[in-house]
Design a protein around this ligand. Structure first.
Ligand code: NAP
Length: 250
């Protein structure tokens, strides 16, 4: 197999689950050393066990700059650098405008926006020329979805952040792009449903996707590796939408 990432150090927030975990496996298979950040101990231990030796797992919360700084200190000590940063940790919650509390709004913006911004800020001292950043947004930023106004607003904010940072990071020769997934059957989407409602909800979602199926975490991970590699060396400030045609076809 072609090992595009031999000698790379890849850092992934939300690397202990779903899209982040799938991406960690692909990076590892292609030769990278991976450092993961997430909250859940059990899931972290399980992913680290699958990845094998020479990977790093750190338990922390992206809303805490102290946790993030401790993580990047460990990355520096163990690997000395970051070649690719996947800013992926995020939460999704739905509420109508009437139901929306300040706590609900603040939690979404703290995790998804503040967490992403400070992940990038604190990682940058370890990133050299030709390194690359990928940020996970969502196809909900492109269309209107009932009860997702706050979540979609966080992802729209990230899309704008990527555009502006791409200009700011030009002088350092660091590229930044976003990956924009549609519905993927990870815990983020399935956590609110018991088994009996799960299947019918998933098939309802799939019915509204032009290709008539949910996406797989691996299908997002492959695009993340493209954006992280020199194969995308002429791209910055951009996004790749991987959503089974939802944005393009509707
Ligand atoms: P997931 O399996 O629930 O993964 C979310 C990851 O984010 C987990 O590793 C979680 O860690 C981490 N995370 C959440 N809050 C955190 C916090 N405060 N501090 C540190 N880590 C935190 O769901 P996923 O689908 O892979 O989600 C990954 C990204 O894709 C998210 O940004 C999400 O918005 C985006 N996305 C997903 C979909 C979809 O349909 N699944 C669609 C569009 C965009 P713990 O589990 O340890 O808490």
């Amino acid at each position: 197999m072609n090992k595009r990432f031999e000698g790379y150090v890849s850092v992934i927030t939300g690397g202990n689950s779903g899209i982040g975990s799938a991406t960690a496996h692909l990076f590892r298979n292609e030769g990278a050393k991976v450092a993961l950040f997430g909250r859940n101990h059990t899931k972290m231990a399980s992913v680290l066990n699958e990845l094998g030796s020479d990977s790093l797992g750190f338990i922390g919360d992206v809303t805490s700059t102290t946790d993030l700084q401790c993580f990047f200190n460990e990355v520096k000590q163990k690997y000395g650098k970051i070649d690719s940063l996947f800013v992926n940790a995020g939460i999704s919650k739905s509420a109508s405008i009437e139901q929306m509390s300040e706590e609900f709004f603040d939690e979404l913006f703290n995790v998804n926006v503040k967490g992403s911004m400070f992940t990038i800020k604190l990682a940058l001292p370890l990133m050299k020329e030709n390194s690359s950043i990928v940020v996970t947004t969502s196809n909900t930023l492109h269309n209107g979805y009932d009860q997702l106004s706050a979540y979609s607003a966080t992802k729209g904010a990230l899309r704008s952040m990527v555009r502006s940072l791409s200009a700011e990071l030009l002088s350092r020769k660091i590229r930044i792009n976003s990956i924009c997934p549609g519905p993927i059957a990870t815990r983020l989407l399935t956590k609110d449903f018991d088994q009996s409602t799960h299947d019918s909800i998933m098939s309802n979602i799939a019915e509204n996707i032009p290709v008539k199926r949910m996406g797989e975490a691996n299908e997002i991970a492959k695009a993340v590796l493209f954006l992280s590699s020199t194969d995308s060396s002429f791209m910055t400030g951009e996004e790749i939408i991987v959503d089974g045609g939802m944005t393009a076809i509707g």
